[in-house]
Design a binder for this molecule. Structure first.
Ligand SMILES: Cc1cc2nc3c(=O)[nH]c(=O)nc-3n(C[C@H](O)[C@H](O)[C@H](O)COP(=O)(O)OP(=O)(O)OC[C@H]3O[C@@H](n4cnc5c(N)ncnc54)[C@H](O)[C@@H]3O)c2cc1C
Length: 449
């Protein structure tokens, strides 16, 4: 299947954000032959799965593109996540019961990112009515013609011209760079604006290092005398649990069929690119309650460097430097997902935020393409979308940064004080409700475009 020469919208990237954008465009009435989706990967399958949860607000948004039921069916409903300290035992339980009656989805849906993407991809194939993503197509350039068409060049020499180009092409986004949109660290007080992603490739002191592993284990015998807030309770076979320890925060997620996901932030330096069974067993032994289970099989493991970045804005009307003559033509470059924001996985927000950016954008672009909407009104609509999503991104980055700081930077007396503060917060129903509201995404403003 070859790329079309001309479309209304070209989506670059078919990760969760690109797939959701394309589904939303089609669900909001854009004709399948007027969009194209291109991705550098040769096929859809991913060899890894990073995100593990889909939150209530994201499921509500996924209803708009006909994917919510399939995601819920493929995942597990979790109604609570327990936060524990190795030093003090159970601190606080993130309990989704305050969401009952407020949303159709009063739970956290635990589902591997690869499964969420599979649902989005299947839905896209249905909406495309026989069409598909153009796999193996790496975008390398974006230029603009004098009459306002954006022309995306691919590494095989192909070119596609489009009115709107959506960059769903991850943190190194070619589209964001072509638009000249800065991608600074929102916590960098020097105000250094980074539009080139070179430093994204090089681990720096400011990075967070995470180790992820899927394991099968043998559990030690249960101690029937262990009760209450005692740290000696063994790792549970069911339920998501977070553990705070001097080695760093860690998660324990039962994944179904006897597989468990371990996620740990590595505080004391470098981690191997593919952590060995021994390395992961050491994490289990030192960060989780003892006696720890014994790993019988390491299914998969990986290391990730995580940076904090937030694009200065999410849309630019023209490729900088183009002498555009066709004033009044509609068009623009837009960015969604990790092309617009990256941050710590603490709180499980990144993919969720990107999917919501994308579903809103599909709706906004569908209106922009309507002949009844003038170019100035289309511009104003995209500006509103960009402002709203930038504000949503900033809130999530502040939240993820805050959780990371609180969870990761504590030893000795500070650890003790943190544990007590968390425990006390867990005793105040209003605080618990606020936490659930923020993490579920339901605190995010709902909009129509
Ligand atoms: C360790 C870790 C744990 C995480 N846990 C969670 C979690 O629990 N919950 C959560 O919500 N999020 C989580 N995230 C974040 C989540 O994985 C990302 O936010 C999500 O994958 C971003 O999706 P995306 O579609 O924007 O980008 P990607 O998934 O990066 O997809 C980008 C796509 O663009 C393609 N592409 C790139 N460049 C080009 C090009 N030039 N031309 C064509 N195609 C191109 C790529 O091939 C890829 O398919 C985690 C991230 C990490 C690192």
């Amino acid at each position: 299947m070859s790329l079309p020469a001309e479309v209304d919208v070209l989506v670059v990237g078919a990760g969760p954000a690109g797939l959701a954008t394309a589904c939303s465009l089609l669900a909001h009435g854009v004709r399948a032959d007027r969009i194209a989706v291109a991705d550098a990967r040769v096929e859809h399958d991913r060899s890894y799965s990073r995100a593990l949860v889909v939150h209530a607000k994201t499921l509500e948004m996924m209803e708009r593109i006909g994917c919510a039921d399939a995601v819920v069916a493929a995942g597990q409903e979790e109604h609570s996540i327990a936060f524990n300290s190795l030093a003090s035992g159970r601190l606080i339980t993130y309990d989704t019961s305050p969401l009952k009656g407020k949303t159709k989805y009063p739970f956290v849906c635990v589902i591997a990112q690869s499964e969420t993407e599979r649902v989005l991809y299947s839905r896209l194939q249905v909406l495309l009515g026989g069409g598909d993503v153009h796999w193996g197509m790496k975008a390398v350039s974006v230029r603009e013609t004098a009459d306002g068409w954006k022309v995306v060049g691919f590494d095989g020499g192909e070119e596609v011209r489009a009115r709107y180009v959506v960059g769903a092409d991850g943190p190194h986004s070619v589209v964001r760079q072509a638009a000249g949109i800065a991608y600074p660290d929102p916590f960098d007080k020097t105000g250094r604006a980074t539009s080139m992603p070179a430093d994204l490739d090089h681990p720096s002191k400011a990075d967070e290092v995470f180790c992820l592993a899927d394991v099968r284990v043998d559990f030690p015998p249960v101690d029937p005398t262990a009760t209450g807030r005692k740290p000696s309770q063994p790792l549970p076979r069911e339920g998501v649990n977070a553990y705070l320890s001097p080695h760093g925060p860690s998660l324990w997620i039962p994944f179904g069929q006897g597989t468990f996901r371990i996620v740990g932030q590595i505080m004391d330096g470098e981690a191997p690119a593919a952590p060995s069974k021994e390395y992961v067993q050491h994490m289990l032994d030192t960060r989780y309650p003892s006696p720890a289970p014994t790993i019988t099989e390491l299914v998969w493991s990986s290391r990730f460097y995580v940076k904090f970045r937030l694009a200065a804005k999410y849309w630019e009307e023209h490729v900088p430097g183009t002498p555009v003559q066709a004033v009044g033509a509609k068009g623009g470059l837009l960015i969604v997902g990790d092309a617009a924001h990256v941050h710590s996985p603490m709180g499980g927000q990144g993919m969720n935020l990107g999917i919501r950016d994308s579903i809103y954008l599909g709706e906004a672009l569908a209106h922009c393409l309507s002949p009844s909407l003038s170019a100035p009104d289309a511009r104003a609509l995209l500006q509103r979308w960009s402002d709203d999503r930038h504000a949503a991104g900033k809130r999530v980055i502040d939240l993820a940064g805050g959780i990371t700081f609180f969870a990761a930077n504590a030893t000795g007396m500070v650890e003790w004080a943190r544990d007590w503060v968390l425990w006390l917060v867990g005793c105040v129903p209003g605080m618990r409700r606020m936490a659930v509201w923020m993490l579920s995404g339901l605190g995010e403003k709902s909009a129509t475009y």
